[in-house]
Ligand binder design. Structure first.
Ligand code: BV8
Length: 235
C-alpha cells in the first residue's frame, strides 16, 4: 500500500475523537440522539431558537478543556512532520484535537468550535468562551456572533482546495467517519475515480465501506498509529 505514495489525503470524522471522550454524532448516546439535527445544526434551527443553538455549541466548546488528543491525532501529526510527500488533513470535526496533537495544517471543512463568525460584518475571530451572552463582535461591536461551523444546507469550507487534493492524491484514508454526510462522504469515490488507493480505518464498516479498496476495523488509537508507522518505515 505504501510503495510510490507521494500525495495523501486523510479525512477524519468524529470517531477519531471518540477515545478522547468527545461524543460522536450517530453512535448510541451520541450528539444527535440528545438533539435533533434540525434544531441545533441548521440555519433554520438557529433562527428559530438561537439560545438553544448557542448553548449547544457553548457546551461543546467548554468541553474541549476536559479532553486530550489521543494516539491517533498524535500519529497524524507525526505523519505530517515526517512524510516526505504531500499530505492534506481534512477534518469534519469542529474540535481542536488535531492541532493540540501537533498537526499544523488542518483543513476544517465544517468549521471550528473555537471560531466565531459575525453575521453583521462577516469577521471570523478566534473564540474560547461563550456566545449565549451575545458578546460584541471584536471588529464591528455588534452582538451578532454565531458559531463558525457549517450547518446542514451550508457550503463546507475550502472545497476547491479539497477537490484539487483529491484529484492529485495517490492515497485517500478515511478515519472515524460514518460516511453519512455529504460532500465528505463522496470524497472516497472521487479519489478512487482519479486512481487513488483508498483505505478505511473505522471502528465498524461505514456506509461507504464497499467503495474502499481496503477497510480495517477497530479503534482509531490502534489503527492509525499502526498505519502511519508502516507508511513511514517503508517510504
Ligand atoms: C452541503 C458541523 C451544499 C457542525 C456537520 C447529497 C446526498 C444526500 C444529502 C446531501 C447531499 N448533498 C448535501 C446533502 C445534505 C447534507 C447531508 O449530507 N445530509 C445527510 C444527513 C444526508 N449535507 C449538507 O447539508 C452539507 N452541505 O452539501 O451544501 C450546498 C450547495 C450549494 C449551496 C449551499 C450548500 C453540510 C454538511 C455539514 C453539516 N455539519 N457538523 C457540528 O459539528 O455541530 S455534520 C456532522 O456529521 C459532523 O460534522 C460530521 O461531518 C458529520 C458526520 O459525522 P461523523 O464525523 O461521521 O460522525 P458519526 O457519529 O456519524 O460517525 C462516527 C464514526 O466513527 C462511526 O462510523 C463509528 O463507527 C466510528 N467510531 C466511533 N468510535 C471510534 C470510531 N472509529 C474509530 N475509532 C473509534 N474509537
Amino acid at each position: 500500500m505504501s510503495a510510490g505514495i507521494e500525495s495523501i489525503v486523510v479525512l477524519t470524522g468524529a470517531g477519531i475523537s471518540a477515545e478522547s471522550g468527545i461524543d460522536t454524532f450517530r453512535d448510541a448516546g451520541g450528539l444527535w440522539e440528545q438533539h435533533s439535527i434540525y434544531d441545533v445544526a441548521t440555519p433554520e434551527g438557529f433562527a428559530r431558537d438561537p439560545d438553544l443553538v448557542l448553548r449547544f455549541y457553548d457546551e461543546r466548546r467548554a468541553g474541549l478543556a476536559r479532553v486530550e488528543p489521543n494516539a491517533a491525532h498524535i500519529a497524524l501529526a507525526r505523519l505530517e512532520a515526517e512524510f516526505a510527500g504531500e499530505l492534506l488533513l481534512v477534518t469534519q470535526n469542529v474540535d481542536d484535537l488535531h492541532e493540540r496533537g501537533g498537526s499544523r495544517n488542518v483543513c476544517h471543512m465544517h468549521g471550528e468550535l473555537k471560531s466565531a463568525l459575525c453575521t453583521s460584518c462577516g469577521t471570523r475571530s478566534r473564540w474560547e468562551t461563550t456566545m449565549i451572552d451575545r458578546p460584541a463582535c471584536p471588529v464591528c461591536r455588534a452582538p451578532t456572533l454565531r458559531p463558525d461551523v457549517v450547518w446542514f444546507g451550508e457550503m463546507p469550507y475550502q472545497m476547491q482546495r479539497i477537490e484539487e487534493a483529491l484529484a492529485r492524491c495517490d492515497l485517500f484514508v478515511s478515519v472515524g467517519t460514518s460516511g453519512a454526510v455529504y460532500p465528505a462522504a463522496g470524497f472516497v469515490a472521487q479519489a478512487k475515480a482519479m486512481g487513488a488507493q483508498t483505505l478505511e480505518l473505522n471502528l465498524e464498516p461505514s456506509e461507504g465501506t464497499a467503495i474502499f479498496h481496503e477497510a480495517r476495523h477497530g479503534p482509531a488509537s490502534q489503527l492509525v498509529p499502526e498505519w502511519t508507522r508502516a507508511l513511514l518505515n517503508v517510504s
